[in-house]
Ligand binder design. Structure first.
Ligand code: 5AD
Ligand code: SF4
Length: 471
């Protein structure tokens, strides 16, 4: 059975609320012969996955049992994403489907959390058009879930105030999804205001956890057998900026790398303008740090990069990239690209393709630009028609597929050390990731998730490697 990590909500208000919900859960159990159930659904990025592990941890501490079936739940929490319109539409459509669950079960409480509810127009929409949603909870006030729930259960009113606190709360309960892989947030928020991006508006200003808290969490995870630890932040390279402790990201990584044990350290996401040579040196000298760098380029056109407010150009990007490859020839570099940014001409797009050919990323996450209300780019002239961005997107994917396949070809016949993630539903085979974060598949031989295996590669595809387990 999964247990919550450490836990001590110091805040008295939260403690009282927690007791009130616990009493409610105990009464429910006395009446129904079982604990009430909570279902947590997550959209979006790894930060949201990590936040959901905290929401689940809180639910468990309050006396709920976790379920993966919304139809059997007494509490549903939908953790939303606002990065593109598609993510918001999907979340709203799922929330819409819960209407009939509420009709069937009057006890059901529905909360909507995450980035979407930090936007006033979405809060209003949920309040007006989704009367079966009971409360909303912003990303910076997850620890207040017990209070909202206690109020909802006693006062029977809907709560839609949209408060955010933007303080760091340590020692939240965490119910981790896996027993070998863990997400560790090291900072929250973003100060970069890239002109297309909603994140700085919905997650607030950058703030970093104290280095000793991060180190204690990672040490504890390693001692408990976690093998794959990913440090999270919107821009991990700004870790520690403006804090008195003077520990920057490179230094934090060096200190974490000094922890003894058999584990891999990963991190995401980095901003090219803040990725330092010292960070690269720490990676190259590291014992545990994966040779993988996710470095979002966004566009290969200097003109578009400027309109995106990215504060680097192609030359600066290539300079840090070349340094990385010089220090770690085996490093895998992955990136994010947005196509169809307002004002992107055919020539700008060709510049992006040219950068792809030049850099040869191991993997690319590509997105069609999605206007976000309240961001400067949404107001820019030159919005690109869907057909144009769609066609560019297809060309980008095709080129990347070619490059990724060529890059994987030399791995034929190699032996990869892989951390098993268990059975892949799609492939019906075991899968895992190697140090460069490449996906590797092999025949199901019963290896449990969380175990290291060696796989001899006998087939390569653009997005994965295939092979046989060897001893
Ligand atoms: N439209 C499309 N893609 C976006 N991203 C961020 N905002 C938008 C947007 N408005 C992409 C960026 C970022 C990734 C997480 O999502 O590439 O790096
Ligand atoms: Fe968004 Fe830019 Fe911040 Fe990343 S660095 S979260 S793209 S504003």
């Amino acid at each position: 059975m999964r247990e919550v990590d450490r836990f001590s909500l110091q805040n008295t208000k939260s403690t009282e609320a927690m007791d009130a919900v616990r009493a409610h859960c105990a009464a429910f159990r006395a009446e129904n012969g079982r604990l009430p159930r909570a279902f947590v659904l997550t959209f979006g990025c790894q930060q949201n996955v990590a936040d959901s592990e905290k929401l689940s941890g809180l639910a468990k501490e309050m006396g709920y049992e976790l379920t993966d079936d919304p139809a059997r739940a007494e509490l549903i929490l939908v953790n939303t994403c606002a990065i593109r319109e598609h993510a918001e539409k999907r979340a709203l459509s799922i929330v819409g489907q819960y209407k009939h669950l509420k009709e069937e079960n009057r006890e059901l409480v529905i909360g909507v959390c995450g980035c979407m509810v930090a936007q006033e127009h979405r809060r209003e929409q949920l309040k007006k058009s989704y009367p079966y949603v009971d409360f909303i909870l912003g990303t910076s006030v997850l620890h207040r879930l017990p209070e909202l729930l206690a109020r909802k259960l006693t006062e029977k009113r809907r709560i839609f105030n949209g408060d955010e606190e933007y303080a760091i709360v340590e020692d939240m309960p965490i119910l981790r999804n896996d027993s070998y892989r863990a997400w560790v947030s090291i900072m929250y928020g973003c100060n970069n205001f890239c002109s297309y991006c909603i994140v700085p508006y919905v997650r607030g200003r950058e703030r970093s956890r104290a280095p000793e808290d991060v180190i204690a969490e990672v040490k504890d995870l390693v001692e408990r057998g976690y093998k794959d630890i990913t440090l999270l932040g919107q821009n991990v390279n700004s870790y520690g900026k403006g804090e008195a402790h003077g520990v920057d990201f490179a230094e934090l990584l060096a200190r974490l790398d000094a922890i003894e044990g058999d584990f891999v350290l990963r991190f995401m996401t980095s901003h090219p303008k803040d990725a330092t040579r010292r960070l690269v040196d720490v990676m190259a000298a590291g014992r545990h740090i994966a040779h993988h760098f996710h470095l979002p380029l966004q566009s290969g056109s200097d003109r578009i990069l400027q309109r995106m407010n990215r504060h680097y150009d192609r030359a600066a990007y290539l300079s840090i990239l070349n340094y990385m490859r010089e220090k770690m020839p085996d490093i895998a570099v992955t990136s994010d690209i947005i196509v169809g940014f307002p004002g992107e001409t055919d020539a700008d797009f060709e510049d992006t393709l040219a950068m792809l050919r030049r850099v040869r990323f191991d993997m690319l996450y590509s997105f069609i630009y999605s206007p976000r209300k309240g961001t400067p780019a949404a107001e820019m002239l030159g919005q690109i028609p869907k057909e144009v961005s769609g066609a560019r997107f297809d060309r980008l994917l095709a080129l990347q597929e070619e490059i990724a396949l060529e890059k994987n070809q030399p791995l034929l016949g190699s032996v990869q050390r892989v951390l098993c993630d268990g059975i892949s539903k799609d492939a019906g085979m075991l899968s895992g990731r190697n140090g460069q974060n490449k996906i590797v598949f092999w025949e199901n031989d019963g290896t449990p998730a969380g175990e290291w295996v060696n796989v001899e590669i006998d087939r390569v595809a653009p997005f994965a490697l295939y092979g046989q387990k060897i001893n």
